[in-house]
Design a protein around this ligand. Structure first.
Ligand code: ASP
Length: 553
């Protein structure tokens, strides 16, 4: 017998030929075949004698009657299989071959399903899909712009949208009422595994709404997508304010698959002669459910991990709550009844572990947040079916950086209604903004917007824009707010991140057909490309001095 694996988008199909019953001509064609050739066959689908339960097509095979070669292939530079022998760079050079691998085919199919599920849901809710231009002017989302120099207006440049923020707000002024778009966004930032210079957002905006309307609509939309694509029913979306979130979890993007909340312990641990805690500005504790089985070695490992990540050495104090009572690494200072009262305070169960650490409060919180994430990652494999969605609410409107106030979301975010009239004490102002976080990943965010011309001007002023600068940068938008802008608000969800989450993978690039590497290069297209002097001149530009040929991008 001769067996051939025929692969297409839908999987593998086994072809079979019995040598003795195959014509010499057909045999010649079969023997000439190489890996990755494109062929056409005619044959009969039959039941396999030895089915392969691991394959969806494992019960059948095709008895080949005729075969023709459609397209030959060179020997591919790596194995076109999920477990490939090709390194990252090689596969990126030949992305079209990499995409033939079944896993990547599934990832792109998943992406299609996610997008279709959103589209059909939003269409049912009366949203209009409207495209906005790519060649625009800068919209401040807090990153650097990609610029496209204009040939016709020499010295001017378009900016690629960091998001269609102002355009979607203009659409609300146009009375479009409910808009969405799968928007490509461009941000010229340093790249990380969960960031690409261009990425896709499901971008939406609605008029005449309350915050609650957006939260519940997009909660349902997300629920619908998880159900349709993966058959997963998401649990209730939790809600927490930004302030409580940072206090309780040390981060505004907590993974809540396990609660692992932080508890203040300073007043409980001070005054018993334990210097470390007596001198610490703050002491925090975290309960690890079922963690009493942690050995000293395991705790030591956590300490080592912290020391490798944070500058000063961190000492963790532990209390194990076992059947026969609590035991701690500081028994000398804290007798069992004290330890028991700590346990009661944090509603701890027998079998749990309490970990304490002291130090500068923000840094200790940050350290615990890192520890939480580490413990969660150890507990949950990536392909976990558990999801813990969370809305983080009431973000501060501004934060201070380099002596200036900056917008936490963007300058068009609406303050709370009670503050809108006065906008006094800007540092304390809260916004009507929200983030959607699932399993510690920020999936998206949005806000209600300022629709009053004077309030928008005031907020820009607080951000340091003089009247003249406001006119220069935002004149077109401020003018629109003078023509009857409806109350409105919206959200944007990161499609690449959502797909990676649903596909149980860490890297978003596996869900993007042609991603860029961490140097911002697309190796399969060899972009960006050097531009000849003449072309620069067409745009009225000079070619910057070229990099050394040895400089590695
Ligand atoms: N434009 C915002 C962003 O890209 C989302 C929004 O406020 O709707 O994050």
């Amino acid at each position: 017998m001769i067996w051939i694996d025929l692969r297409d988008r839908y999987g593998y199909t086994q072809l079979a030929l019995e040598r003795s019953q195959t014509s010499a001509e057909l045999l010649k064609k079969v023997e000439a075949l190489g890996k990755e050739w494109v062929i056409q066959i005619h044959g009969k689908v039959i039941q396999r004698e030895a089915p392969n339960p691991k394959l969806p097509t494992g019960e059948i095979e095709v008895q080949v009657q005729s075969l023709s070669h459609i397209s030959r292939s060179k020997l591919p530079p790596f194995l076109i299989e999920d477990e490939t022998d090709g390194g990252e760079e090689l596969r990126m050079n030949y992305r079209y071959l990499d995409l033939r691998r079944p896993r990547l085919q599934q990832h792109l199919q998943l992406r299609h399903q996610v997008v279709q599920a959103f589209r059909s849901y939003l269409d049912k809710c009366n949203f209009l899909e409207i495209e906005t231009p790519m060649l625009i002017r800068s919209t401040p989302e807090g990153a650097r712009d990609f610029l496209v120099p204009s040939r016709l207006q020499k010295g001017s440049a378009y900016a690629l949208p960091q998001s269609p923020q102002l355009l979607k707000q203009l659409l609300m002024v146009s009375g479009m009422d409910r808009y969405y778009q799968l928007a490509r966004c461009f941000r010229d930032e340093d790249l990380r595994s969960d960031r690409q210079p261009e990425f896709t957002q499901l971008d939406a905006e609605m008029s005449f709404l309350r915050q609650e309307d957006i939260l519940s609509l997009f909660e349902e939309a997300t629920r619908h997508v998880f159900q349709v694509v993966k058959g997963i029913s998401l649990p209730t979306f939790q809600r927490i304010s930004y302030e409580d979130c940072c206090e309780k979890y040390g981060t505004d993007k907590p993974d809540l698959r396990m609660d692992l909340a932080l508890h203040p312990f300073k007043e409980l641990v001070t005054g018993r002669g334990f210097d470390l805690f007596d001198h610490a500005e703050g002491v925090l504790g975290m309960v690890i459910p079922g963690g009493a089985t942690y050995t000293r070695k395991q705790i030591q490992k956590l300490e080592d991990l912290l020391s490798s990540k944070f500058e000063d050495k961190k000492r963790l104090i532990w209390v194990r709550f076992k059947e026969d009572g609590p035991r701690s690494s500081v028994d000398k200072f804290y007798p069992p009844e004290v330890l028991r009262s700590w346990g009661e305070r944090v509603k701890l169960n027998t079998g749990d572990l309490l970990i304490l650490a002291g130090g500068d409060p923000p840094q200790t919180r940050h350290m615990f947040s890192f520890l939480r994430q580490h413990i969660l990652e150890e507990k949950y494999p990536l392909l976990s079916k558990d999801f813990a969605p969370l809305w983080v609410l009431d973000f501060p409107l501004f934060y201070e950086s380099e002596g200036r106030l900056q917008s936490t979301h963007h300058p068009f975010t609406r303050p709370r209604e009670e503050d809108i009239k006065t906008l006094s004490n800007p540092k304390r102002l809260k916004s009507q903004a929200y983030d959607l976080v699932i399993n510690g990943i920020e999936i998206g965010g949005g806000s209600l917007r300022i629709h009053e011309h004077d309030v928008q001007r005031e907020v820009l002023k607080i951000l340091g824009f003089s009247a003249q600068e406001q006119k220069k940068h935002f004149g077109f938008f401020l003018r629109a707010l003078e023509y009857g802008a409806p109350p409105h608000g919206g959200i944007a969800l990161g499609i690449d991140r959502l797909c990676a989450l649903l596909g149980g993978q860490r890297f978003i690039k596996d869900f993007i057909a042609f991603p860029k590497n961490t140097a911002g290069k697309d190796l399969s297209l060899e972009s960006p490309d050097q531009i000849p002097q003449k072309t620069w001149e067409t745009y009225g530009l000079h070619r910057p001095p070229s990099r050394s040929p040895h400089a590695k991008l």
